[in-house]
Ligand binder design. Sequence first.
Ligand SMILES: [Zn+2]
Length: 95
Amino acid sequence: MGLHLDLPPTQIPACPRYPVAKLGGLIPAKFIEALEQNQKIASCCRHPENHEIEALYSSPAETTPDIYIFHCTCGRKHPRFMCGGGDVRPFWEVR
Ligand SMILES: [Zn+2]
């Protein structure tokens, strides 16, 4: 098993994939800035306002989402893992 998996195997959907731009101020600025300022990713991926985002729980024990995944238009995924308190964990519903 030489594969490195970035995501835990038991993730559970929390919030549906949705355009970042339509969520407006719900997404913390530091999520956005982390992508905008990341020199290691493709230039398209540094425009999170063009991405979609989904939220997941890493296990059934979680009561707030602890994995957020940005989906770039190029198909790349940029996960962000949360742990501990102190950080805002946005939650949205799409009807
Ligand atoms: Zn991209």
